[in-house]
Design a protein around this ligand. Structure first.
Ligand code: FES
Length: 81
């Protein structure tokens, strides 16, 4: 399989970042709280930002409305983890 690591500190793959994005994590900070990616050396944060910037966040509009997307998706993240 094509396994591309975004965060080598925590072994988080591009696929995982995209899955978290689909589950409602729209910012590197939310990816960090969902997967820990970016919370150690921080060198992957720009890569995560770039992944998020490619339209992998269907719920960005919820954030723009002031709704916390992660809370709106209670339960999904624990299933995905
Ligand atoms: S590579 Fe992600 S925190 Fe170090």
């Amino acid at each position: 399989m094509n396994r591309v690591y975004v965060c080598s500190c925590f072994g988080v793959t591009e696929k995982q970042v995209k899955e978290h994005a689909e589950a409602g994590a729209c910012t590197p900070r939310q990816i960090a709280s969902a997967s820990k990616a970016g919370t150690d050396c921080g060198s992957c944060v720009r890569h995560i930002q770039a992944l998020l910037g490619r339209g992998n966040c269907p719920r960005r509009e919820l954030l723009n409305q002031g709704m916390p997307a992660l809370e709106a998706e209670t339960g999904d993240l624990s299933e995905a983890a």
